[in-house]
Write a protein that binds this ligand. Structure first.
Ligand code: ATP
Length: 387
């Protein structure tokens, strides 16, 4: 058994159980840095999580998500900075003394124990009475939909069921914060989707703060109250899902969330940007300086593609390009338009009308793309590179 698992299953969820005032944050990271040798995995991170929040750390492989989670759990020590849980500095506490539990991607269940015994293992080690264990284990198995599987061994369960056991085993300890490291990563897409909905329901029901690590942006958008998008050890944006999708603040966030539809541009005047090789367009440039390089983002479903010189309605910004590919996706057609150089824009046209679909431009067609001014959003160059 790994030391992590050992810490996980013996954790005392009631540690320091004095009720924290509501105003106290659930988890707070202040200036947290983690170096491995001369490599900085997490760089001067500040994060404040609210009580009962479903908070997601999202980013590509290697951006420092897991390291951040492991520091909250106590499996890694920060090189510098402070971590507090419910207002209490946890620096000196080993993992099993922290009011946290962790659910890993690998379920890490005991193969020789029944589902029931796996879930009750930590409580038994803490000396909780038999009847109370039975009651709490039954309630958690009910919660995760495994009441009828209580006497089975893990090997007799599907991957999704095994992860539910791992979840029940964590929840039964009543942690203040549940840490989840890509918990659905090993499951196939359909199962993952189902469990996403269920995890969210369970989180609402138990009201515990969830810190969730994933590189899957759709998963993050579906489940989270707030998302921290990480890039090379830095948090680039923390916000609610709608905001991260509709109003990304950097080229990295705009490219990582959804399809990367970025047109390089320069701020030409207050409230205006000039697209490279294209027109000057009105935009919100409040956070940008005159002459600053930036990028204009328009989401694929907000672009209109037209050909044969058929112009878009007056007043709509437009750019010219050549269709590189057109792909039938069932509910929509995805058209990639090359605007020149390396700039490619993806357009999503709903397949509402078959005759209309037949008229869509194919590969090599010269087209123009247009959009409503309010659907264009300007983002600054990412200070940490674009991944
Ligand atoms: P993934 O989804 O691939 O796990 P991640 O965002 O969770 O990515 P981390 O596991 O936090 O990334 O790793 C961040 C960086 O720190 C990576 O470059 C990784 O190689 C490095 N790193 C992590 N743990 C160690 C370690 N124990 N020793 C040396 N380098 C490490």
């Amino acid at each position: 058994m790994s030391s992590e698992l050992n810490s996980e299953v013996t954790m005392d969820g009631n540690q320091g159980a004095a009720a924290a005032p509501a105003a106290v944050s659930s988890v707070e990271l202040r200036g947290v840095t983690k170096r491995f040798g001369d490599f900085t995995a997490v760089d001067d991170l500040d994060l404040t999580l609210g009580q009962g929040e479903f908070f997601t750390l999202l980013g590509p492989s290697g951006c420092g998500k897991t390291t951040t989670l492991r520091m909250i759990a106590g499996f890694e020590r920060p090189t510098s900075g402070e971590i507090a849980i419910d207002g209490e500095d946890v620096a000196a506490l080993p993992p099993h003394k922290r009011p946290t539990n962790t659910v890993f991607q690998s379920y890490a269940l005991f193969p020789h124990l029944s589902v029931e015994k796996n879930v009750g293992f930590g409580l038994k080690r803490k000396g909780v009475g038999k009847d109370e264990i039975a009651e709490r284990v039954a309630a958690e198995l009910q919660r995760v939909g495994l009441a009828r599987e209580a006497n089975r061994r893990p090997s007799q369960l599907s991957g999704g069921m095994q992860q539910r056991v791992a979840l029940a085993r964590a929840l039964v300890n009543l942690p203040k914060v549940l840490l989840l490291d890509e918990p659905l990563g090993a499951l196939d897409l359909k199962l993952r989707k189902g469990l996403q909905v269920e995890l969210k329901r369970i989180q609402r029901e138990v009201g515990i703060t969830f810190v969730y690590v994933t590189h899957d942006q759709e998963e993050a958008l579906t489940m989270s109250d707030r998302i921290a998008v990480m890039n090379r050890g830095h948090v680039e944006q923390v916000s609610v899902p709608e905001e991260v999708y509709d109003r990304p603040t950097t080229t990295f966030v705009a490219g990582f969330i959804g399809v990367s539809n970025l047109m390089p541009a320069t701020v030409s005047a207050a409230g205006k940007v000039r697209l490279d090789g294209g027109p000057e367009v009105g935009a919100d440039t409040a956070d940008l300086a005159n002459g600053e390089r930036c990028a204009a983002v328009v989401r694929p479903e907000k672009l209109t593609v037209s050909m044969n010189g058929a112009g878009p309605e007056a007043g709509r910004p437009r750019v010219e390009g050549v269709v590189e590919s057109s792909l039938y996706l069932g509910t929509a057609t995805q058209i990639v338009v090359n605007l020149g150089g390396d700039v490619r824009m993806t357009v999503l046209v709903p397949n509402a009308d078959e005759a209309e679909r037949q008229r869509l431009p194919g590969g090599g067609a010269k087209v123009s793309l247009s959009w409503a001014p309010e659907h264009m959003h300007v983002v600054r160059e990412s200070p940490n590179g674009n991944g």
